[in-house]
Design a protein. Structure first.
Length: 180
């Protein structure tokens, strides 16, 4: 017995093959113990079976969001409500008004903006707005019938406004700034 143990320790475990076999036994032991601790497996199908139907994260009523447009989207406005360009011009004019208090400035933007944007603008000082006047024609870029982007050229760059139409009434939802 002693001779067999000595042979095992001095010859087999010191060789590469013995070391590989020893590691394999240890790994199999760890995996086996983990399976015993984890309990019975889950019988539900995994990713191999796939989902019962396609997963969609887009609004099917929002229009085509593909790269190749078959027709130019046309913004939809309720009768009597201002068009997106009018709302954007009014918002930009109020945005560029530096001669009011922060509270008056925010109240001037409130009827033209979504509640989320008004909340984001809380505490903004109109003096920090980096432009003074509109310098050109507004460019309306429709993405679908209820989402447009309006580019407003101003004296120090471009004011980019994202407008959404909730029930046909346009409101500014995002404001972005690009310097020249």
């Amino acid at each position: 017995m002693r001779r067999a143990l000595e042979y095992l320790v001095t010859r087999i475990l010191r060789s590469r093959l013995g070391l590989a076999l020893g590691l394999a036994v240890v790994i199999i032991g760890i995996v086996g113990a983990a399976r015993l601790v984890a309990g019975p497996g889950d019988d539900r199908p995994g990713l191999v079976g796939g989902t019962p139907g396609p997963i969609s994260i887009t609004d099917p009523a929002a229009g085509d969001d593909g790269l190749i447009a078959t027709e130019e989207p046309s913004p939809r406005t309720s009768p009597g409500a201002p068009e997106p360009a009018e709302v954007a011009r009014s918002f930009a004019t109020a945005w560029l008004d530096h001669d009011v208090t922060a509270q008056e400035w925010q109240e001037g933007l409130r009827p033209l903006a979504t509640d989320d944007l008004v909340e984001q603008l809380t505490g903004v000082d109109p003096v920090t707005v980096p432009a003074d006047r509109i310098t050109g024609e507004l460019v309306v870029v429709p993405h679908n019938d209820s989402l447009v982007e309006v580019v407003v050229p101003v004296d120090s760059g471009e004011l980019r406004l994202g407008l959404v139409a909730a029930e046909g009434r346009w409101r500014v939802d995002t404001v972005d700034w690009q310097r020249r």
